[in-house]
Write a protein that binds this ligand. Structure first.
Ligand SMILES: Nc1nc2c(ncn2[C@@H]2O[C@H](COP(=O)(O)OP(=O)(O)O)[C@@H](O)[C@H]2O)c(=O)[nH]1
Ligand SMILES: [Mg+2]
Ligand SMILES: [Zn+2]
Length: 321
């Protein structure tokens, strides 16, 4: 009997693992088999997809306080874009990009709003898609995370706590600010402060980048202020700019001053809401799902982004390196 055994050493597998791949969001090197970045927890499929299609996506920052309506809005928007309900349409890249619309539409279809987004970055949904407007010749590559409002607020207080948020705010090519119109109309401005701090942080990060490149920091990125829950406010759909001036003066002024290319929009996903008892806790639920004004802000943002991209000077500034 022999005590010798032959074991093939598959060194090529080790070599494969050793080749790192850079996170698309925070630039940290990761092991090629990692599912999420070890630094910022954004999905590594973004980097893998980019490597295979050889086109970097534009990051879109959707910001706003917790409860502003980011998850409901983004989930519904992605559902409408993938169902091709308007001239604008998108094709998702990778299965993870469908999770946001899946959780949102499943919740709405069963008579609930989706659960609150967890604060941990490893739980956030990221949508990586190819956006196509029939008038454009080439589609745009986009990456849009649904970030937790609490995490956004925390990052403004403790810088670096959420590396994904910092990188997103530094690298984003367009900004969407969501504000709860129902609360604004009631004179409740508590949520404004988080958004004001985030806008200030975006400006600070842009100035830092401009300084390191010895450029003058002129803001050319577009910003859309989206007043959510318009179903609760009379005539908001008719004139969102007037509403923003009357009920969100500080926020609207800050958006206009920091971002010369700005516009205000009103949107609602639910047609009417009611309160339902959920194990002793009163919870708001949608009575009807009637999306209104969901596509418009995104369409405007894409048209502005497209204009930037066709301008060679701007393209250099928005490239991620
Ligand atoms: N009336 C009304 N309420 C909404 C609408 N969208 C969201 N909400 C309410 O706002 C809450 C927070 O929405 P969500 O998208 O989770 O906010 P997020 O924290 O910014 O992601 C939901 O649970 C609903 O109660 C809408 O279109 N109309
Ligand atoms: Mg959310
Ligand atoms: Zn990362």
């Amino acid at each position: 009997m022999t005590h010798l055994a032959q074991l093939p050493i598959e060194t090529y597998l080790l070599a494969q693992q050793a080749a790192p791949i850079e996170c698309l969001v925070c630039d940290q090197e990761n092991c090629c088999s990692a599912a999420r970045c070890r630094n910022c927890s954004s999905p590594m499929s973004l980097a893998h997809q980019t490597q295979s299609v050889k086109k970097r996506p534009h990051l879109i920052a959707v910001i706003g306080a917790s409860g502003a309506g980011k998850t409901v809005y983004l989930g519904m928007l992605m559902d409408m874009l993938t169902r091709h309900v308007s001239l604008l349409r998108s094709t998702t890249r990778g299965p993870m990009s469908i999770s946001l619309q899946q959780t949102t539409t499943t919740a709405l279809a069963t008579g609930w709003f989706p659960e609150k987004t967890p604060a941990g970055a490893e739980h956030w949904h990221w949508v990586h898609c190819q956006f196509d407007c029939r008038r454009r010749r080439r589609p745009l590559e986009l990456a849009i995370p649904d970030v937790s409002g609490e995490a956004l607020a925390t990052e403004t207080e403790w810088s670096g706590r959420y590396p994904a948020i910092r990188s997103l705010l530094a690298k984003c090519a367009a900004v969407m600010v969501l504000a709860d119109a129902e609360r604004l109309q009631a004179g409740d401005h508590a949520q404004d402060f988080v958004t004001l701090k985030l806008l200030s942080l975006i400006g600070e990060l842009r100035d830092e980048q401009a300084q390191s490149r010895r450029q003058r920091g002129v803001e050319r990125r577009p910003l859309a202020l989206v007043l959510t829950k318009a179903d609760q406010c009379d005539r908001l759909h008719n004139n969102p700019r007037d509403f923003a001036t009357a009920h969100a003066g500080a926020l609207w002024n800050d958006c206009r001053e920091r971002f010369p290319r700005h516009e205000a929009f009103a949107c609602s996903v639910a047609g009417a809401t009611a309160f339902r008892d959920n194990y002793g806790r009163k919870q708001q639920v949608p009575l009807r799902v009637e999306p209104h004004g969901v596509i418009e802000p995104f369409g405007w943002l894409m048209a502005e982004l497209d204009e930037n991209w066709n301008n060679p000077g701007m393209a250099a500034r928005f490239s991620w390196r």
